[in-house]
Write a protein that binds this ligand. Structure first.
Ligand code: PLP
Length: 383
């Protein structure tokens, strides 16, 4: 039996059998079960902010596991309160709810929206907010939604234009939920001026502006949170992925009056905010601060963008910091992805004309040069 046979026989068929089985990682590199080395420019889908097996991450997980791993949400723990304080300081928010994944952070946001007493929720076409029934209801991809309908009622998926938002928004809307950059759609930024207009329109109609920064948060776009580049303050921000650096965690940070919408007993999760996850997230965020990795994301992002812009077959480069979408001149992203793997490079093809890059925030000069060489070859051999 190969591991592929085990996978095919044991794992639910909801995901295709992967091409590679990974066994070990260090920094921006991973190794497969055949001993082959890969340069990791996906970082577990924008999760491994510090790369693999970073000493700060390893130390936090081991120490907290040996101290107090889990107690349930009936008890407070120091790591939970510290992480709440850190997230509020970095975001400017007022209260935080802890969950275990991105989808669960979105579920909390939906419950927050429900507490306004208004029925409608606005989201965007081609958005991605998760796979649970609530978060899937907001996800703007019919192929993901349709097999599971009926989903939540009164959710509308708008075109990503200010005009469409103006036409839809009214006083019976509870919330507008948007990603500042649509990651799963292929790293597609919102149109110029959209977030600023959305802030103004939602404020005028008493609508919550909820940002899904599950992929863009934790320094990835060159600021702690993407919204900070637009001079706006949202009512809530959903976080996950990068804040844990590999430990499963999600969080919803709420601002101002929205921070008081959920009252005692209205939401909770057994694992939410557990000391193992929150101690690890504290260590990850502290290391991002200590090592200046938000600035690194900005600088390396520019370097990476410059390197890619001139490559053969590249039509455009989208995104910000170390979350980049490479728009190809022809639908061959799957072939580029496969060619990359052959060369020992991990990238991602969210659709057939886009390669998504989300390397760890610790990425350095030499690794970007190595990427440039491998990626150029992958583009040339698939042209
Ligand atoms: C990954 C992601 C989610 C879902 O997070 P999970 O942890 O997979 O549930 C939601 N929204 C965005 C923007 C994401 O990138």
């Amino acid at each position: 039996m190969t591991w592929q046979d085990d996978y095919a026989g044991r794992i639910m068929k909801s995901a295709p059998v992967p091409a590679v089985q990974l066994v070990r990682g260090a920094g921006a590199r991973v190794w497969d079960s055949e001993g082959r080395e890969y340069l990791d420019f996906l970082a577990g889908i924008a999760v491994n902010a510090l790369g693999h097996a970073h000493p700060a991450f390893v130390e936090a997980v081991s120490t907290q596991a040996a101290t107090l791993a889990h107690v349930s949400n009936y008890f407070a723990t120091p790591p939970q309160l510290e992480l709440a304080g850190r997230l509020l300081r970095l975001s400017g928010g007022d209260r935080v709810y802890f969950a275990n994944s991105g989808a669960e952070a979105i579920e909390a946001a939906i419950k927050l929206a429900r507490r306004t007493g208004r029925p409608r929720i606005l989201a965007l076409q081609n958005s991605f907010h998760g796979r649970t029934m609530g978060s899937l209801s907001l996800t703007g991809k019919p192929v993901l939604r349709e097999p599971f309908e009926p989903l939540l009622p009164n959710v509308e998926h708008l075109e990503s234009t200010i005009e469409a938002l103006e036409a839809a928004i009214a006083d019976d809307v509870a919330a507008l939920v948007v990603e500042p950059i649509k990651g799963e759609a292929g790293v597609v930024p919102l149109p110029e001026g959209y977030l600023e207009a959305a802030r103004e329109l939602t404020t005028r109609h008493g609508v919550l502006l909820i940002l899904d920064e599950i992929q863009t948060g934790a320094g990835r776009t060159g600021s702690w949170f993407a919204f900070q580049q637009y001079g706006i303050v949202p009512d809530a921000v959903a976080l996950a992925k990068g804040i844990g650096g590999g430990i499963p965690i999600g969080a919803l940070v709420a601002f101002g009056a929205a921070a008081d919408l959920l009252t005692a007993g209205q939401h909770g999760s057994t694992y939410g905010g557990n000391p193992l996850a929150t101690a690890t997230a504290n260590a990850v965020l502290a290391e991002i601060e200590r090592a200046g990795l938000v600035e690194n994301a900005r600088l390396r992002g520019e370097q990476l963008r410059d390197a890619i812009s001139g490559m053969p077959g590249v039509a455009e480069v989208r995104g910000s910091g170390l979350l980049l979408g490479v728009g190809l001149d022809a639908p061959r992203a799957t072939a580029v992805y496969a060619a990359g793997l052959e060369l020992g490079l991990i990238v991602n093809a969210p659709n057939d004309t886009t390669i998504r890059l989300a390397p760890p925030l610790i990425i350095g000069d030499a690794e970007i040069d190595e990427f440039t060489e491998k990626f150029t070859t992958a583009l040339e051999t698939t042209a």
